[in-house]
Design a protein around this ligand. Structure first.
Ligand SMILES: [Mn+2]
Length: 358
């Protein structure tokens, strides 16, 4: 029952080929990648995309040129009887279109019956274990974030707005060689830090304030992610207690993360410390997530998982560890590092300093 995969998600297409355009799909059959794209990208794709990547050979086709004939030829040659599609990415309308197209091609070219079958994260699972060149790119992306943090601290003067800081973060990162931001920077001052993913606004930095910065950059297609909470003057006793609890939770989790531990277990190490300190209801998100081509990818370090999704961490996975405590209408603290799972433990890829109390 020869199988093929119909791949449409930009992250998976990039992983398989390096292609970054907005309109393409892949038919993957028998270690052959057929990349279909339109005239806007075709000539560049032919130059930039290698003939072989990850042991798959790559062929580039014009999407607008006799698509049915070309697909029929591939299906016939590889004796395809099943097409797996990315059920996590394909919209319902796209699925209907695909189904109709396959039926028509099958009929027109007298092909054997082809079944469409959902396969939620076939390529995502391949992406779990990072290759050396991927790790290098992630390291570089995180190193840019580190440098930006050093620079941005100098800009944290009373009166500056969250949006201005966000703009400066992006500008500095791009100046240092990032091609993009991993996601719009989260910059929160004062009370806004109590919202885990606060949208930057015109809030101005005060004289004695708490600041939460969560940002990352893309370097050659790979993301970084980092969060730091800092204080422009002296934190209150409560802020100090919360900060130290979050830091302890993060340190404990990082200390214990190694191959074989599940995402759920990793989460529980950080969560237990926060619960013990009396902030059970204030840690409102999961402890971490995988990072790579996408800012959020597998595995998840999360408390609530079906067994199947509770992936065991393995060497060369990259995950964030980012516990947080958020106190409504007061303030919040999150500290996030990105770590690489190694043979016996992990390596912290985030060299940026954390706030320390004197
Ligand atoms: Mn993150």
């Amino acid at each position: 029952m020869p199988l093929s995969h119909y791949i449409t998600s930009p992250g998976n297409i990039f992983y398989l080929t390096g292609f970054q355009g907005s309109n393409a799909f892949i038919i993957l059959a028998d270690r052959k990648i057929h990349l279909f794209t339109d005239q806007r990208y075709l000539s560049e794709a032919k130059v930039l995309i290698p003939k072989k990547k990850n042991n798959f050979s790559i062929q580039i086709h014009d999407l607008k040129d006799k698509l049915e004939n070309k697909l029929a030829k591939i299906f016939k040659k590889e004796k395809i009887s099943e097409i797996n599609f990315e059920s996590n990415h394909l919209t319902f309308n796209e699925y209907k279109k695909l189904s109709k197209f396959i039926k028509k091609t099958q009929k027109d070219f007298k092909l054997t019956n082809i079944k469409l079958k959902p396969n939620p994260d076939f390529i995502e699972k391949m992406r779990l274990i990072k290759k050396p060149d991927e790790i290098e790119k992630i390291k570089k992306a995180q190193n840019i974030a580190k440098k930006v943090l050093t620079e941005i601290k100098k800009e944290l003067k009373p009166g500056i707005s969250e949006m201005e800081i966000a703009f400066k973060i992006e500008f500095m990162g791009r100046k240092l060689g990032a091609e993009n931001i991993s996601f719009p920077p989260i910059v929160a001052f004062g009370k806004n830090t109590s919202i885990p993913h606060h949208l930057c606004d015109n809030t101005k930095l005060k004289n004695n304030d708490i600041v939460l910065l969560d940002f990352g950059f893309k370097y050659q297609g790979y993301c970084s992610d980092m969060t730091r909470t800092l204080f422009t003057k002296t934190p209150s006793e409560k802020q100090k207690k919360v900060y130290e609890t979050v830091l302890k939770a993060q340190n404990e989790a990082i200390k214990n993360i190694k191959p074989g531990i599940t995402g759920q277990k990793a989460d529980s190490i950080a969560r237990k410390i926060i619960e013990k300190a009396g902030f059970k209801d204030n840690f409102t998100h999961s402890t971490g997530h995988g990072v790579g081509i996408d800012i959020h990818e597998l595995p998840n370090l999360s408390p609530n998982f079906k067994k199947k999704k509770n992936i065991k961490l393995q060497e060369n996975m990259v995950v964030t560890v980012e516990p947080g405590i958020y106190i409504e209408n007061e303030f919040g603290v999150r500290i996030e590092d990105m770590i690489l799972i190694t043979k016996n433990g992990n390596l912290n890829l985030t060299k940026a300093k954390k706030f320390t109390f004197n």
